[in-house]
Write a protein that binds this ligand. Structure first.
Ligand code: ADP
Ligand code: MG
Length: 334
């Protein structure tokens, strides 16, 4: 078998022995919102209880860490490429969301060979125990993007719903099929609902791929980008956050309304625990027929207990992602 042929075979090999879904976020043009989408999708999936890691694969112009509000970081995907750190130990945690940034130092590009991305992703998928690995790609079909297409097993093509942008979908779809991909879906971003925009029905018809979501043009996203805080944390009531949640729930196969019910129950239980604790104190005194000797001290003690209980209650629900969960509740209580 010739060398050329052997290389071709390697390309179509599927991801072996893992349930991890590796999703490449790609686009034809830059500036369509891939990094915004990757960061907020990772937040939404994490909030829905899916173990997710987002990787900055746009190594020449990396932005993912900024979009997640991270200024300083210890490890980068460049360290993984160079073999200085095992991929399994590379993910960092920002408010409960796992991610691997890319180095912003130009010199670190020397250490990157995008052909090895697939190997890195495989290792993470096998050992990292992730449900989802999100690969934030560079635009077009250059080395970085092809590295992502090669490494992932699902593709989400992000595009604005306007003609020059959507034409790129066809080309990307072709390349994806050449690489042996099966799952290929489209997300329309910055949708304004204008007449000249492509409708999702039309897009599906044109590209033979399902449109799994539409994200409205949202001024709040621009503000959140300027602040360096993802919209899901910055303004979780923004219209675009509904879209991120819907897309995440679709990918994860989660029914959002049921999930919101679970959150309510969880919080109710916590509240009940807190109330029970208070009542049981009262009951204890009544049962024993004891009138506290130093009532003032007792009151203080109970106030302290109440404060601690409240603080614990708040702590337990005020973790990263809580605002997202609240958002889900508000969304369904309308
Ligand atoms: P890419 O990674 O594709 O280059 P970015 O995620 O960096 O794109 O987004 C480019 C710009 O578009 C950012 O300023 C971001 O705030 C803005 N943006 C992304 N999505 C939206 C949206 N739905 N509505 C409004 N602005 C958006
Ligand atoms: Mg980007």
């Amino acid at each position: 078998m010739s060398k050329k042929r052997r290389r071709k075979r390697r390309h179509v090999k599927p991801l072996p022995g893992t349930d991890t879904r590796v999703i490449g976020i790609v686009s034809g043009k830059g500036g369509v919102g891939k990094t915004t989408f990757s960061a907020n999708l990772a937040i939404a999936l994490t909030a829905l209880g899916k173990k997710t890691v987002a990787i900055d694969c746009n190594v020449t112009t990396p932005h993912l860490s900024y979009y997640l509000g991270v200024k300083n970081f210890s490890t980068t995907i460049n360290d993984v490429f160079s073999g200085d750190i095992d991929a399994v130990f590379a993910p960092l945690d920002q408010n409960g969301v796992m991610f691997i940034p890319a180095s912003e130092r130009f010199i670190d590009l020397k250490r990157v060979d995008m052909r090895n991305l697939r190997k890195i992703v495989h290792r993470l998928a096998r050992k990292g125990d992730f449900d989802f690995i999100i690969l934030d790609s560079a635009p077009g079909l250059g080395r970085e993007a092809v590295g992502v297409l090669h490494a992932c097993n699902e593709i989400i093509f992000l595009t604005k719903p306007t003609v020059p942008n959507v034409m790129d979908i066809v080309r990307c779809n072709e390349v994806a099929r050449m690489l042996g991909h099966k799952k290929f879906s489209v997300v329309l971003n910055m949708v304004r609902g204008k007449d000249h925009e492509l409708t999702p029905e039309k897009a599906e018809e044109l590209f033979d791929a399902s449109v799994i979501g539409m994200i409205p043009f949202d001024e709040n996203i621009m503000d959140s980008t300027a602040e360096g805080v993802p919209i899901m944390w910055y303004k979780p009531k923004s219209p675009s956050c509904n879209s991120f949640l819907h897309i995440a729930s679709q990918l994860a196969g989660i029914n959002l309304s049921e999930f919101a019910g679970d959150i309510d129950e969880e919080e109710e239980e916590l509240k009940e625990e807190y109330i029970d604790e208070e009542e049981s104190e009262e009951e204890k005194f009544e049962e024993r027929g004891v009138i506290p000797i130093v009532e003032e001290a007792d009151k203080k003690r109970r106030r302290r207990r109440k404060k601690t209980a409240r603080r614990n209650f708040r702590k337990s629900i005020d973790k990263a992602g809580t605002r997202v969960k609240k958002r889900i509740r508000v969304f369904f209580s309308r």
